[in-house]
Ligand binder design. Structure first.
Ligand code: FES
Length: 109
């Protein structure tokens, strides 16, 4: 087991500090789902294909994240509530460098 701590603020504004495994090939969207921090059916709608933006979140900490793929850029270009720090949670793989990451879930669109 190698867990990191991630702080996730849900759509009600409540912050949760959760343990995130880095050895299970999980992404941030799956993590939010596994802790049920957003109602079923409102996050991860496309199954993590960068095609729905239901997993959009805002990156609140100063972590360096991998560049967005073209698919992620394209999806964010047409999503609602997009900010400069928006990312698609399903495109963020949980890895040790994300220790202490802080994110806020974007509103449901
Ligand atoms: S789950 Fe659909 S874009 Fe991330």
């Amino acid at each position: 087991m190698s867990d990191i701590k991630i702080k996730i603020t849900d759509r009600e504004g409540v912050q949760h500090e959760v343990d995130a495994p880095t050895d299970m090939n999980m992404n941030l969207m799956e993590l939010v789902r596994s802790y049920e921090l957003a109602p079923e059916g409102t996050i991860g709608v496309c199954g993590g294909m960068a095609m729905c933006a239901s997993c959009q979140c805002y990156i609140d900490s100063a972590h360096e994240l991998p560049e967005k793929s073209d698919d992620e850029e394209a999806m964010l270009a047409e999503a609602f509530y997009v900010k400069p720090n928006s990312r698609l949670g399903c495109q963020i793989h949980l890895e040790p460098t994300l220790e202490g990451l802080e994110v806020t879930l974007a509103p449901e669109s």
